[in-house]
Design a protein around this ligand. Structure first.
Ligand SMILES: [Mg+2]
Length: 286
């Protein structure tokens, strides 16, 4: 990949048949809409642009996310939102895990995504052990004791030849949580668990979480299916999720400078690996 070129949103609009937008760090900062986002969404709605919000967020339903966007002034219809939460439902259905006991660490909406696929909820304190653990949200757990419980449970079940499926819908380690503020994502805690399991049992696929959101392929495949074109560009703020994922899917990508990434010129990308280098730098949404 060559060095990124500076582009503006109307150039991307002209070159691609579909625009994929990350939400946090691109359209919103976790609290309010970022500059230009409201006008851009209004413009795309009026032009009937083929656009989708492709978000790793798994904590709320698509309806709740659309309502939250609306409260921030972003008029985004539910049909234009692709999230990693809904992929939980698809995964459980596709793997025929109907009736499987599932422990969900997450919000009520994550529980809904899980039961919609046919799994049955069990509590962390229940006698019945889960066959499926969904780590859908980073708070408000006592993570040390929760991870210790999972470390021992997953290790024991792996050794007995009946491994538990660990599902991580949102692979973001960190996320913007207000202006210049960041918080730990669920992936940070899952990574700790994976690292501990690796040290105890060695490297095995069964001891690694199944990851659904960016940079992994399931969410991009769903977005491309919904967009009905492969001529799409992914616009995001995180090199290791939005940009890496797009590159791995052979999709073009544009990085913004309003979220986690602050690199704003081709020169800034000199030391960045090719697989995390975007095709474009988008300095503003206007
Ligand atoms: Mg983001």
């Amino acid at each position: 990949m060559s060095t990124p070129e500076i582009a503006n949103i109307s150039e991307l609009h002209e070159r691609y048949d579909a625009l994929f937008f990350d939400s946090f760090g691109v359209l919103v900062d976790g609290v309010e809409a970022l500059p230009g986002a409201i006008e851009l969404v209004d413009h795309m709605n009026s032009e009937n642009t083929n656009y989708f919000i492709v978000t790793n967020d798994a904590s709320v339903s698509i309806r709740s996310r659309a309502n939250k966007f609306a409260s921030q002034g972003l008029n985004i219809p539910t049909k234009r939102i692709v999230n990693s939460g809904s992929l939980i439902t698809d995964y459980i259905a596709a793997k025929n895990l109907k009736g499987a006991p599932a422990l969900v660490l997450g919000t009520d909406d994550v529980r809904d995504y899980t039961t919609a696929g046919g799994a049955i909820l069990v509590d962390i304190k229940s006698e019945q052990e889960p066959d499926l653990v969904v780590v859908g949200h980073s708070n408000p757990y006592d993570w040390e004791s929760t991870l210790e419980y999972l470390l021992n449970l997953l290790g024991r079940r792996f050794r007995s030849g009946n491994p538990i499926k660990l599902i991580l819908p949102n692979p973001d380690f960190i996320y913007p949580n207000g202006l210049n503020k960041f918080s730990f994502g669920a992936a940070s805690f899952v990574n700790l668990l994976e690292q501990a399991l690796l040290r105890l049992h060695g490297s095995h696929d069964e001891l690694t979480a199944i990851k659904l959101g960016k940079p992994y392929q399931p969410i991009f495949k769903l977005a491309l299916l919904r967009a009905k074109t492969s001529n799409a560009v992914m616009i995001g703020d995180q090199l290791e999720t939005d940009i890496l994922g797009a590159n791995q899917m052979s999709l073009d990508s544009a990085v913004v400078t309003t979220g986690i990434n602050r690199k704003s010129s081709a020169e800034d990308f000199k030391e960045v690996s090719k697989d995390q280098t975007p095709r474009y730098i988008l300095r503003s949404l206007i």
